[in-house]
Every structure is written in structure tokens, then in C-alpha cells.
Design a protein around this ligand. Structure first.
Ligand code: UDP
Ligand code: MG
Length: 313
């Protein structure tokens, strides 16, 4: 197999505390790969500045090397869109693209193995973390619940894999054919098919700066992921409706029997409890349906996902 051109795609948002170290570390990695002729000389690192409000962009410009290109988005669009901007840019020039976070939490030495796997014929290589010890108790468990729920709802995602992965150029082009506004990469990539494999690594703590994904953002990401990929919640809702109807049939029979027995002035509880219960279920139902309508609303407008402010080569 020919030596591939590798593009590393690194989204960053308000990462001034770590960006210098990040540039140095990733640059060194790419240099070493070029030196040992694992990848072509024209390989690059694409830093996508996702509309940072601190001086991340200035620092990127200041410490930029000749291996680095910067895409700066016009405003903050979120990690998935920033990643997509980078991948879109990479697709015309690279044979393989690897996406990674700029906080150096993902084991950078895995990149060598990613490239080896590609040379063995794999077109998608998933980086999968095999520990969650560094995460807070809460993050670890909420993440686990997320994967379990996704699996239950029939969405094929790779357990404990975030966005550290290698894609071949062919796969990249297929991926970019999806024109969804609600793009949930972790769900779409396994859908593409192609020969894939997993590589396991130990995920580290953030060296500096803090997570841009607090609980609320994670929750909204999870809801987006679920409702972009599965209509099972709607079906479950339907099922609950059917069950409640059956139950009310039984209650109806019971009421009739009570009437004939002459026991009609039964209590207040049997009215009030179902009232609140059904009220609750109806509102949840509306909420779930609303979530999907919201998705349709966004998709129908087909708004562009990001705008590029400047590209620095
Ligand atoms: N990020 C981004 N845009 C955002 C939020 C985050 O580009 O709106 C980047 C961030 O700079 C980092 C990566 O996405 O490189 C992952 O974010 P973070 O490390 O905060 O998430 P966590 O690892 O805690 O899930
Ligand atoms: Mg992180």
C-alpha cells in the first residue's frame, strides 16, 4: 500500500490554557510519523477554532508550524459542527483523517496504530477508551446510561468511543453526503459500513482548562443523539397509550359492576389519581412528539452548519 497523507482534525473552543502544549505535542507526533515514513510529508494538522472567545486563535497563529493549518469559524457552533468543518476541509487533500480533541485526553501514541490499521485495510478505526476512572462518578455513570439507552433504542454506537477515530478518504466522502442538520457522528459512522476495527486506550485527565461539556450540554447532546436516530420513544409512547386504554377498560368493567352492586359512591382517590397520572403521561407525550417536530423544523430549514471566517495555511 502507498504511504498515505494524514490529516489530523482538532476542534478547539476556549482552549487557551492548553493550546500551546497541544500544538507542540501533536506537531511532534506528526513529525515523528513523517520521519519514520509512515505517512506522506504533505500531511497536516487542521486546528478548527470553533469561535473561541478567549485568545485561542491568537495563540494558534503565534505557535503555528508549517505542518499546521487553521480554520477559524465565524462563531461557536459546537464540537460536532467544528469537527465537520475540519473533515470537510480535509476530504479534498487527505487519504486518511483522524479526529481528536485538543485537550490531549486521548492517547496520542495511538495515532501510529491507527495508521498501521489503515495499512492493514481498515477504513474506519475507532479509538475506544477502556477506563473511566479519570471521570467523575457522575459523568461515568451518566455516560454509561447513555450508551445503554441508545442500545435499547436500537442505535448502533460503539461503546465508550467518542470522536477519536480514523476515517479513510472514501468513508469521509460518504459521511459528508449526509445532509442532516442534526448530525450525530457517533451514530452515523457505524451506519456507513466498510471494514472497521477498534483500538483500546487509556484516556487521561484534562491537562488544563475545563470540560466544555457540563451535565446540561451532555444531556442535550444525548437527547439529540437519540431523537436523531430512533423513533422508538414515539413507539413506546404509543404502547403506553394502548396499555392505559386496556387498563381503563378494566376500570370501566369494575365501575359497571360497582354500579350494579349498588356501590356507586366510591371515593375521590379513584378519580384524582388517574387524572394526575394521565395528565403527566400526556404532557410527556407532547414533549417527546415536540422533540421530533423540533427536529423536522430544523431539518426543513436546512440552515448551513457553520461559516468559515478565515483559513490560515
Ligand atoms: N469543543 C469545540 N466546540 C465546543 C465545545 C468543545 O470545538 O463548543 C472542543 C474542545 O475544545 C475539545 C473537544 O471539543 O477539543 C472536546 O471538548 P471537551 O474536552 O470539553 O469535552 P469532554 O472531553 O469533556 O467530553
Ligand atoms: Mg475533553
Amino acid at each position: 500500500m502507498q504511504t498515505p497523507t494524514l490529516y489530523l482534525v482538532v476542534p478547539c473552543y476556549n482552549e487557551s490554557e492548553i493550546i500551546k502544549l497541544s500544538i507542540e505535542t501533536i506537531n511532534k507526533k506528526l513529525e515523528s510519523l513523517i520521519n519514520k515514513k509512515a505517512i506522506k510529508k504533505k500531511s497536516k494538522i487542521i486546528f478548527v477554532n470553533d469561535g473561541s472567545k478567549d485568545n485561542t486563535l491568537d495563540l494558534l497563529k503565534q505557535y503555528k508550524t508549517k505542518l499546521i493549518e487553521i480554520i477559524s469559524l465565524s462563531t461557536n457552533k459546537g464540537h460536532q459542527n467544528a469537527l465537520l468543518a475540519g473533515l470537510n476541509y480535509a476530504k479534498d487533500n487527505c487519504d486518511i483523517a483522524i479526529s481528536l480533541d485538543c485537550d490531549l485526553q486521548d492517547d496520542i501514541d495511538l495515532i501510529d496504530k491507527f495508521v498501521e490499521k489503515y495499512k492493514e485495510g481498515f477504513e474506519i478505526v475507532y479509538g475506544v477508551r477502556n477506563n473511566r476512572k479519570e471521570d467523575s462518578f457522575f459523568k461515568a455513570y451518566s455516560a454509561m446510561a447513555f450508551y445503554k439507552i441508545m442500545k435499547f433504542l436500537g442505535v448502533d454506537i460503539v461503546y465508550n468511543h467518542a470522536d477519536y477515530r480514523l476515517l479513510s478518504n472514501r468513508v469521509l466522502k460518504c459521511l459528508l453526503e449526509f445532509k442532516e442538520v442534526n448530525l450525530f457522528l457517533r451514530g452515523i459512522i457505524p451506519m456507513l459500513g466498510f471494514k472497521s476495527c477498534k483500538l483500546y486506550y487509556k484516556r487521561n485527565k484534562r491537562v488544563a482548562g475545563e470540560s466544555k461539556y457540563p451535565f446540561i450540554k451532555m444531556l442535550s447532546f444525548a437527547i439529540d443523539g437519540i431523537t436523531s436516530f430512533s423513533i422508538k420513544p414515539l413507539r413506546i409512547l404509543n404502547l403506553i397509550g394502548i396499555l392505559i386504554s386496556l387498563f381503563s377498560l378494566i376500570i370501566g368493567i369494575w365501575a359497571l359492576i360497582s354500579y350494579f352492586i349498588g356501590n356507586t359512591i366510591s371515593g375521590w382517590t379513584s378519580i384524582v389519581v388517574p387524572m394526575y397520572f394521565l395528565g403527566g403521561i400526556q404532557i410527556i407525550g407532547l414533549g417527546i412528539i415536540g422533540e421530533y417536530i423540533g427536529k423536522i423544523y430544523k431539518e426543513s430549514k436546512k440552515r448551513p452548519l457553520y461559516f468559515v471566517d478565515e483559513i490560515i495555511k
